[in-house]
Design a binder for this molecule. Structure first.
Ligand code: GLC
Length: 548
């Protein structure tokens, strides 16, 4: 029971798109509960649920209007209790999402702030500022929202006059909280305890590097995603991301979860570079883990992969934390599609109908190889719903069905994240491929999802689903997630290949070179694709071996 999270495989459920019990086209908690046995059978250790709290759903639930209840679309608090209890019965832990950087503009606090006067306690919980320029008509600084457009919106004061501005690093309906306010600390402590008391095993912390802003909110001339594209150095750090003071909040939170039994854990979503800065979130008195986005942006190339794996493992070991590994989530293009482009040619942003399209077959082949590499690494791995089916991104969603605020705030310049959020297929022959009883889905599913439905892969040798199951079983059996170092096999590491010893198992990856001959006497435990004649490892394939 101790430190289960160190080598845990955590499966991300995106509630809107996992399973719909009532036929309204949007997934819900009873739907998730009914499908938990499938996740237990897959062999994961824990489930992380993206937000299911009351929310106007302007950012698919990451705009929370009440942190201690359930959005009626998704069910009730009783449904949440039932879900947690059922998961525990099945031996699955439950990690819930917490969104502490911003609330929804419909949160009671923001409504109270709008009604209150400048300088009031109600406004001090957010970043309200007078504007610059004549009559305060210019935003207080030049910050840009991550979703596009200015990071400030002006309010009308109670008497109807144009008033102060409030900060929102994301959508205008997601006002940033001010962590200078003691009320905010207290509110989140109460919320953490609320879910811990209900049996949550941990929290995934949304934009965990964002909560503290530099005093005075100085201008910042780099509006790239999540803090900019310019090189960040100790002398030049963004005023809104990865501030030193944020660590104090996590020390406070660590004390809260440590007061509970059951080994609860905290994991940060923090887009922070370099890795040494990210590792600081996981020092012994802070969070248990932080998502390793360096890993998911690394191209499918031997040298790049070797470097990112080494940096991550060494960097995490330096603070005594496990590395984490993430290939897909609800914000980035699914890896089965991302890898369908020439290596290093494509970032994480969405793919639209008029963009270059991925090579689906190559993408899946590499995705499977990347997954088998990931699942043999020391540390904790995060899976995103549907990747165990090899689902591709939906790359031809028409503009009129898109819902991501990024699409609207950039005036359609950025496609956004809808393509990875499409409801997942369970049964090829059923309406909505078995997502729900009615055939309705909040985003249309691509035809490619039919043949990839779970029932088509269940028990089928060589299917992506069976590969994941076998990998998770062997990972457990051989303790592949344990340890905090990498043992490269020099004779298997070349320009287009890597070899890695993990206890009794040797992992061989061919990143696109000629067939690789296996060491003599090797017993093949699992492969991501068919072997070549003569038992060699073909390009874009990973093999787990025993007895080398
Ligand atoms: C995180 C979430 C993303 C959300 C954003 C704002 O990056 O993963 O989905 O839009 O935070 O809450």
């Amino acid at each position: 029971m101790t430190e289960w999270w160190r080598d845990a495989v955590v499966y991300q459920v995106y509630p809107r798109s996992f399973a719909d019990s009532d036929g309204d086209g949007i997934g819900d908690l009873p739907g998730i509960t009914s499908r938990l046995p499938a996740l237990a059978a897959l062999g994961v250790d824990a489930v992380w649920l993206s937000p299911f709290y009351p929310s106007p759903q302007n950012d698919a639930g990451y705009d929370v209007s009440d942190y201690r209840d359930v959005e009626p679309i998704f069910g009730t608090l009783d449904d949440a209790d039932t879900l947690i209890a059922r998961a525990h019965e099945l031996g699955l832990r439950v990690v819930v999402d917490i969104v502490p950087n911003h609330t929804s503009s419909e949160h009671r606090w923001f409504q109270a702030a709008l009604a209150a006067a400048p300088g009031s306690r109600e406004r001090s919980r957010y970043h309200f500022q007078d504007g610059a320029g004549e009559g305060g008509s210019v935003p207080p600084n030049n910050w840009r929202s991550v979703f596009g457009g200015p990071a400030w919106t002006r309010v009308r004061e109670a008497d109807g006059s144009p008033g102060q501005w409030y900060l929102h690093m994301f959508d205008a309906t997601q006002p940033d909280l001010s962590w200078d306010s003691p009320d905010v600390h207290e509110e989140f402590a109460t919320t953490l305890r609320f879910w811990l008391d209900r049996g949550a095993d941990g929290f995934r912390i949304d934009v965990a590097h964002a909560m503290v802003k530099e005093p005075g909110l100085p201008d910042w001339d780099d509006d790239g995603p999540m803090g900019g594209t310019a090189e960040i150095t100790d002398d030049r750090r963004p005023p809104m991301w990865d501030r030193e003071e944020v660590h104090e909040i996590y020390r406070e939170w660590r004390r809260i979860v440590d007061a509970y039994d059951g080994d609860r854990m905290l994991v940060a979503e923090a887009w922070v570079t370099p890795y040494s800065r990210l590792a600081r979130y996981t020092r012994p008195d802070e969070l248990h883990q932080a998502f390793n986005f360096d890993h998911c942006v690394a191209p499918w190339q031997a040298a790049a992969q070797r470097e990112v794996l080494t940096t991550s493992v060494v960097g995490s070991a330096a603070v005594g934390a496990p590395a984490t590994w993430v290939l897909s989530n609800h914000d980035i293009v699914r890896h089965a599609s991302r890898f369908g482009f020439p290596p290093a040619s494509r970032g994480l942003g969405g793919i639209g109908p008029s963009d270059p399209q991925p090579d689906a077959e190559l993408g899946l082949r590499r995705a499977r190889a990347a997954t088998l590499l990931m699942l043999a690494l020391p540390g904790s791995a995060y899976l995103y719903q549907g990747e165990e089916l090899g689902l591709p991104e939906h790359t031809s969603l028409p503009g009129e069905v898109r819902q991501d605020p990024t699409w609207f705030r950039t005036h359609q310049a950025e496609i956004g994240r809808d393509g990875c959020r499409v409801p997942i297929p369970w049964a090829a022959g059923a309406p909505s491929y078995g997502f729900g009883p009615s055939g309705r889905t909040w985003l249309p599913q691509p035809e490619a999802y039919g043949p990839l439905a779970r029932d088509r892969q269940d028990g089928v040798a060589g299917s992506t689903l069976e590969m994941y199951r076998a990998a998770l079983r062997l990972r457990r059996e051989y303790g592949l997630g344990r340890g905090d170092s990498l043992d490269w096999v020099p004779e298997l590491c070349g320009e287009q290949s890597l070899g890695l010893r993990r206890g009794d198992v040797t992992v061989v990856v061919n990143f696109g070179g000629p067939d690789l001959t296996l060491p003599l006497g090797a017993q093949v435990l699992l492969t991501s694709g068919a072997m070549s004649g003569g038992g060699a490892v073909p390009s874009d394939t990973t093999v787990w071996l025993r007895g080398t």
